[in-house]
Design a protein. Structure first.
Lengths: 113, 113
DNA sequence: TTGACGCATACCGATATGGGAATATGATTG
DNA sequence: CAATCATATTCCCATATCGGTATGCGTCAA
């Protein structure tokens, strides 16, 4: 095996820097494929492919608008990622606390370090 | 090019389900490579390789303990991910609001749908 | 209907990935 | 030093990825 399919997995979908850029751009509003490509400096097929991935994991939704196809943000799928990382929040500033506790413990134990 | 190096990029590092499992496991405390492998049902080289990736992106720290090498969580690196996804928080429950606004707009315009 | 436009897909190449097995490296013990 | 245990690395395979170019397909206008 090589890697979990990029589709069907939000974590993989946002592992791509360009896809993250697309999501950030779409926060400003809907964009057509061409617009995405232009504003982010990628080729049209490139934008289309990334948008497809994002669509398949549900981070983006498309709707027809004449000849164009407008993509809009559907960020609900980012919530699990936010929550998963949030599960580590208590460890973020704990580093120094832990060291501190360790030092305190040393003192208490009476061992000269 | 194929893909951004899995190392040097936290987003890529946590794109792997097994690596996420490792991080979750390490929340309970330090583990040796063998322990990680056993508790998560992976081979020793497999665990070692994943831990290496996690170490290179700074999500994990290792220290010597005799013959063993204990890996501990260093979750600070997850913070950027949490914050990045947090930047989309305002869009999470907006979906229905938007649909609503759209419907309202249709009514105003007077078009029978 | 034909042409133009917007987008999606197919194809290709270079590369990186994850997994397994075998092996190398490192540290500890006797 | 030799033997052993713990971990890291290497090699190999199958596969998936991204990027680009070319091409197909759908939609709209004349």
């Amino acid at each position: 095996m090589a890697r979990a399919a990029t589709t069907s997995d939000v974590f993989n979908a946002i592992a791509e820097p360009q896809r993250r850029e697309i999501l950030a751009l779409l926060r400003e509003g809907e964009r057509s494929v061409t617009e995405v490509a232009q504003e982010l400096g990628m080729t049209q097929p490139g934008a289309s492919k990334h948008l497809r991935v994002l669509r398949e994991v549900g981070l983006v939704r498309d709707r027809r608008a004449g000849k164009q196809r407008l993509y809009g943000l559907h960020a609900d799928g980012l919530r699990p990622v936010h929550e998963w990382t949030g599960g580590f929040e208590q460890f973020w500033n704990e580093s120094f606390d832990r060291l501190d506790a360790y030092v305190q413990d040393l003192k208490q134990t009476g061992r000269a370090e």
